[in-house]
Design a protein around this ligand. Structure first.
Ligand code: ATP
Length: 363
């Protein structure tokens, strides 16, 4: 296993600058997810680690060695693709053993090793079949087996679970988590599924428009999102964001917005500075909202928009007049009965504040 480093890497396609300037460092044994919306540059970054794309400027290092211009086959990396990229005319045994064949391993040896990996992944009985004769989940495990058959310095994954149905996807995610715990592999994993990133990563790099906006462990990203963009991307449903007019009155922060009633919050230096800009965004996660009790102090009021019972929890969404929706995630297996007008409440400790540029205000 080895570390991976980007030093001021940029990548342009013709006149289009897809990645203006990226630097990061991934330690040996880390499982890093590149998370972001379509087109933010995740796959391009991954392909530069693999050597399938060359940076326009900057350096890529694997295990401390400059590999910027090294051919993919000389990098000791394995890659799992979204469409699995299995060879259709080869049976599973040959597909899985292919990386060993390329490296000149004898046939009996490479087939024994392929069988070993296939057994771990529970596809050992299918070795004589062609990719067209197995299910999507089995194809996914075959492509994973091919990546694992040869010891690599770094494992690269490009949305490997996105073609699976919801149930298989969960199962495969759990398996990858187990594998990571077992092997301690260095991995870079591209996804636009925040739940997948939260479940698998030791650290998540959240990307937006070719830049990394936050690079931190999942719990840090969840608890202290650096910007409204990150807050809105992570969490299911994502964090509620309520722009409000801010003022400091008698040394306390007052927030005003449609349907919002917040007991005055204490003012830190960072808040005092941000209030100069007047608009502050209040963020509160759906799981931190509840149906208000009469004596609750922090309230968001709106008209009921949806009440979705999911079994162990309900999603209650309200609409504030001309001011957007707010969703509460309420953990109960009882049916929630609410009136037309709903009051949701939250504790001050669960509030995240963002300044007018969208950056989180540290507390
Ligand atoms: P997705 O989740 O949709 O796969 P992504 O985050 O992986 O998106 P990239 O595939 O890395 O995004 O693409 C980043 C940007 O670079 C996009 O705007 C894309 O259109 C552009 N791009 C990627 N490859 C090329 C190419 N070969 N030629 C021109 N533009 C490209």
């Amino acid at each position: 296993m080895a570390s991976v480093e980007f030093q001021n890497v940029s990548k342009s396609f013709g006149a289009f600058n897809a990645l203006p300037d990226i630097s990061f460092s991934i330690a040996d044994g880390e499982f890093v997810c590149l998370l972001g919306p379509s087109g933010c540059g995740k796959t391009t970054s991954l392909r530069m680690i693999a050597g399938l794309e060359t940076p326009s400027s900057g350096k890529v290092l694997i295990g401390g060695k400059d590999v910027t211009y090294l051919h993919p086959k000389d990098r000791q990396i394995s890659m799992v693709f979204q469409d699995y990229a299995l060879y259709p005319h080869m049976n599973l045994a040959d597909n899985i053993a292919y990386p060993l064949k390329v490296r000149g391993e004898a046939e009996d040896k490479r087939h024994a090793r392929a069988r070993e990996v296939a057994d771990v992944l529970k596809i050992g009985d299918l070795m004589k079949r062609l990719p067209s004769q197995i299910s999507g989940g089995q194809q996914q495990r075959t492509s994973l087996a091919r990546a694992l058959v040869y010891p690599s310095q770094v494992y690269l994954f490009d949305e490997p679970l996105s073609n699976l149905d919801a149930k298989l996807r969960l199962e495969a995610r759990g398996f990858l988590n187990h594998l990571q715990r077992d092997m301690g592999m260095t991995a870079v994993y591209v996804t636009h599924d925040q739940a997948e990133a939260m479940a698998l990563a030791t650290r998540i790099a959240v990307m937006d428009k070719g830049r990394i906006v936050q690079f931190a462990p999942p719990i840090e990203i969840y608890r202290r999102p650096a910007t409204t963009f990150v807050a809105n991307f992570v969490g299911n449903p994502p964090m509620n964001l309520v722009p409000a007019q801010a003022a400091i009155i008698d040394g306390k922060l007052q927030l005003r917005a449609e349907g919002l009633s917040v007991a005055a919050l204490p003012v830190s230096d960072a808040i005092a500075k941000a209030v100069g800009a007047k608009t502050i965004t209040l963020g509160v996660r759906p799981e931190h909202l509840r149906i208000a009790r009469p004596d609750d102090g922090n309230i968001i009021t709106g008209e009921l928009f949806a009440n979705e019972n999911m079994g162990p929890e309900s999603l209650v969404t309200i609409e504030r007049k001309d001011a957007g929706r707010v969703t509460a995630r309420i953990f109960t297996d009882d049916e929630i009965r609410v009136d037309k007008t709903v009051r949701l409440s939250f504790d001050a400790e669960h509030v995240t504040l963002f300044d007018s540029t969208g950056a989180r205000i540290p507390v």
